[in-house]
Design a protein around this ligand. Structure first.
Ligand SMILES: [Ca+2]
Ligand SMILES: [Ca+2]
Length: 123
């Protein structure tokens, strides 16, 4: 079964406005990381090690679409959407070190610049 192994998230630029960023991810409109009610605190230059797996996909379904959303939580007004990365496994080259290649997703909404490092693993 194909899983995404989320490895680390780095903040190069935080969002516009005062204070730190309170970041969470939503995978496939469904799973929230960290758990509901929690966030990761970020300032520019900070990296958080993630080390979790998500989004199992049975073999033979390469058309399945993955989505990764990054959000910044605000308590007064609504949360800021920093971007959505969306792909199917067929968007990647199976012959280019598919299972071991370290991949990067970029989220640049609301003046921010976040880089998510992940890879595909067979579990
Ligand atoms: Ca905000
Ligand atoms: Ca905030």
């Amino acid at each position: 079964m194909l899983f995404m192994h989320f490895m680390q998230l780095t903040c190069l630029e935080r969002t516009d406005g005062p204070g730190g960023d309170d970041i969470f991810m939503i995978i496939n409109d469904m799973t929230r990381h960290p758990a509901p009610g929690l966030t990761w605190s970020f300032s520019a230059g900070k990296t958080v090690t993630l080390e979790f797996f998500d989004t199992g996909m049975p073999p033979g379904t390469p058309q399945t679409r993955f989505t990764i959303e990054l959000w910044e939580q605000d308590n007064v007004d609504s949360d800021d959407h920093l971007g959505t990365v969306s792909f199917t496994v067929d968007d990647f080259d199976w012959f280019d070190d598919f299972w071991n290649k370290i991949r990067e997703a970029k989220f640049t909404g609301d003046g921010a610049d976040y880089r998510l490092i992940y890879k595909f693993v067979d579990l």
